[in-house]
Design a protein around this ligand. Structure first.
Ligand code: GAF
Length: 370
């Protein structure tokens, strides 16, 4: 195994364990997690493998196969910078339960595709440390600890979607998660037997202002919930009455969150009924809502979605936080080529850099490799 070989070359011994944690796409349920709502992600076949051996001192040595050839040595948590903060954040959140560690990391998630490589990094390291130190954390506790590292240490105010998907997903299934109760259920997602696939369209664009806009959306939702006198937008039951009491952006954000939660439940209903091709309409509706009400799309995402549908996709939407990253399209296998061509042509026409296409099959969540 590549990551174990790199560990041995860097540190002179074999790692005590190797864990893999995947990235994700979110089938539907976008910007609902921090509103106590519903999400439906599935894990992708790419992720992060972490080879780890504990140390008795506080030092963390970190090697990335995608970074410099030498390990970085971090003597105290405050010294960490850049990507190492996602790893050191996990150790910081574990507090006295762990000391330092020697770690090698191998990431296979296409860079910048918005498939949640940071959550995969956190969850792979947290899972390995949980195993080595026999901490007895459940996959959900690992997800929560990883989210805490991202919120409290790295300073990104993300919800639980990405970490939960990475820790809990199962092969061949999507994960239905209630982000308030944290109850989850796996939902079979067998598209192949219907002659369908999910195609990831990576715009290869990431807009810089996304971090600030994400925090702004969260604040708008929290403010709307306060005005409506509910704990979170999840609790809005009479949408028309709620919209009457709100204005401007808060009105639009509420419209998205409430309808998106219903779309998650509707999509699960269709999957249960075996009406796979019919979920396309919900993907399209989700995208329009994210574009027009939540305002987190981008020209590249909109063109990808429109061109995919024009090329024969049953439905398409942006996936993840937005402002770039990837879209997903539900496509009959005999239409894959025409969908790809339609997106390539539309991008060329607008002078966008060519997109990248990736096939998405629901992969397993975090698991031990060695
Ligand atoms: C990002 C965040 F990290 C998630 O928590 C979630 O809010 C998502 O955007 C939008 O659904 O991926």
């Amino acid at each position: 195994m590549r990551v174990a070989d790199a560990f041995r070359a860097a540190y002179g011994t074999s790692p005590q364990t190797v864990w893999h944690a995947p990235g994700r796409v979110n089938l539907i349920g976008e910007h609902t997690d921090y509103n106590d709502g519903f999400v439906l992600p599935f894990a992708v076949p790419w992720g992060v493998s972490a080879a780890v051996t504990p140390r008795t001192d506080k030092t963390v040595r970190l090697l990335s196969l995608q970074g410099h050839s030498e390990p970085v040595t971090i003597a105290s948590h405050e010294e960490s910078t850049g990507w190492t903060r996602y790893v050191v954040g996990v150790l910081a959140m574990l507090g006295d339960r762990v000391a330092g560690a020697d770690i090698a990391i191998d990431g296979t998630i296409p860079a910048g595709a918005g498939l949640s490589s940071s959550a995969a990094l956190e969850v792979s390291v947290a899972s390995a440390l949980n195993d080595l130190h026999e901490l007895g954390m459940t996959p959900m506790e690992i997800a929560l600890l990883s989210q805490k590292a991202e919120n409290g240490f790295v300073g990104v105010p993300s919800g639980i979607l990405d970490q939960a998907a990475s820790a809990l997903c199962q092969e061949g299934h999507a994960l239905f998660l209630d982000c308030r109760s944290l109850a989850s259920r796996t939902i079979p997602l067998d598209l192949a037997s219907h002659g369908m696939s999910i195609l990831i369209i990576d715009t290869q664009v990431h807009h810089e202002h996304s971090g600030g806009e994400y925090a702004k959306r969260r604040a708008e939702c929290e403010s709307a919930a306060r005005k409506l006198g509910v704990p979170a937008l999840r609790d809005v039951t009479d949408l028309a009455a709620a919209l009457d009491r709100l204005q401007g952006d808060e009105r639009k954000r509420t419209m998205h969150v409430v309808t998106e939660n219903h779309r998650v439940e509707a999509l699960i209903g269709l999957l249960r009924a075996g009406a796979v091709t019919e979920i396309g309409a919900l993907l399209n509706a989700s995208h329009l809502s994210l574009r027009d009400q939540y305002e987190v799309s981008s020209p590249e995402l909109d063109v990808a979605v429109e061109a995919a549908v024009k090329g024969g996709a049953r439905g398409a939407r942006m996936t993840g936080g937005g402002f770039g990253g990837s879209a997903i399209a539900l496509v009959a296998d005999d239409r894959l080529e025409s969908v790809r061509q339609s997106v390539v042509d539309a991008y060329a026409e607008r002078g966008f850099q060519p997109p990248r296409f990736l096939p998405a099959t629901p992969a397993p969540g975090a698991h031990r490799l060695a």
